[in-house]
Design a protein around this ligand. Structure first.
Ligand code: KG4
Ligand code: ZN
Length: 336
């Protein structure tokens, strides 16, 4: 098996068309063309628009990634690509492109589970990172605490019983009339407010490592409607801030608790919500207090990107897991 292979990663599961090149765990380039600004007009991702935007961008973004890495496509050892979960039409654009490239270059194709990509982002942050560790996953569709045993094996210690954390941010953003995608806008508004509005309990100290966000979301919707109906004055910034504390403190608490229980000395994190500045600060502080090392991917490698797909591609490459050219896209796939 070649050591430090040169891998191209391609991601097109939602509204970002992305490509990145890694050599071993060293990131050489990381490019994104996003259709988020167009999607924002519609208040969410319109699948058909996403697919067309990917078709327009995929060739360009791959060329940019190869150029920025100073690599010729003939030098690549493998192509890793997201095959699920995500929007089918969007996934098919990246997958078809990757298959054609792998076939033409006669190199392996590696189909990557998008969420595993989020988990693998930490390996690029610290090239020496080795399991076991505990991972906090918080994205638009997933919220979980995992015990990572080896690079290819993990145990789900707990997950959300209803909505994902990112989904809660997006729904609260709608209530507060903030644009899509909601997370960064709620975070910005929360910075101007105070944590003064009482929020429901968040399975604190109970429910093992499970989470529940639907009660919190309903509470926010009811609060905003009731106050507006009463004609009472209320602060959207305070509501955003109070929501953010409730939604994120529980993630920090359970991740640190899991690390202590599992007896590991390292915590990693991944997924769009991990880009949140308040969460990053508090996770950092909580890990310091508990004597845990925290490996946090850079903000732009928490939201969707291709570097994480290449990183998971490397893990599969080293495990000898390659995909046939008949690999199909999948709208939903389990975490494992
Ligand atoms: O991982 P991701 O980019 O896509 C999925 O695989 O789901 O996560 C997107 C989610 C969205 O719900 C978005 O609102 C949330 O991550 N998000 C944030 C922040 N940035 C993105 N949530 C809170 N604070 C942020 N700064
Ligand atoms: Zn994602």
């Amino acid at each position: 098996m070649k050591s430090n292979p040169l891998i191209l990663g391609i991601e097109s599961s939602c509204d970002e068309t992305a490509a990145a090149v890694i050599r071993g765990r060293t990131l050489l380039s990381d490019e994104i063309i996003s259709s988020a600004a167009v999607q924002a007009k519609y208040g969410g991702v319109v699948p058909e628009i996403a697919s067309r935007a990917h078709t327009d961008a995929v060739d360009e973004v791959v060329s940019r990634a190869l150029k920025a890495a100073n690599v010729k496509k003939e030098e690549l050892d493998a192509v890793a690509v997201t095959y699920g979960a995500g929007l089918l039409g969007a996934l098919l654009v990246g997958l078809s492109f990757a298959k054609a490239l792998a076939y033409a270059l006669n190199i392996p194709l590696i189909g990557v589970n998008h969420i595993r990509g989020h988990l693998a982002a930490a390996y690029l942050e610290d090239e020496e990172l080795k399991p076991p560790f505990v991972t906090l996953l918080a994205s638009g569709g997933h919220t979980a605490v995992l015990y990572t045993k080896s690079e290819t094996e993990f145990e789900i210690l707990g997950g959300t019983l209803d909505d994902a954390a990112g989904e809660a941010f997006d729904k609260v953003a709608r209530v507060l009339n903030l644009p899509y995608p909601g997370g960064p806008h709620v975070e910005a508004l929360a910075r101007e407010g105070k944590n003064v509005i009482p929020m429901p309990k968040m399975l604190k100290g109970q429910g093992g490592y499970d989470f529940s966000y639907s009660g919190l979301k309903t509470h926010i919707i009811n609060y905003a409607h009731t106050m507006t109906q009463k004609g009472a004055s209320w602060s959207a910034a305070d509501l955003a801030c109070s929501f953010q504390h409730a939604a994120l403190d529980i993630l920090v608490e359970k991740a640190v608790e899991a690390a202590k229980e599992k007896g590991v000395d390292t915590v990693t994190a991944g997924g769009g919500v991990i880009a949140n500045g308040y969460l990053r600060e508090h996770l950092q502080a909580a890990c310091r207090r508990a004597n845990l090392r925290l490996v946090l991917p850079e903000r732009k490698r928490c939201t969707d990107n291709a570097a994480m797909i290449a990183a998971e591609g490397l893990i599969q490459f080293e495990a000898g897991n390659f995909s046939p050219l008949t690999l199909n896209a999948a709208a939903s796939i389990p975490l494992r």
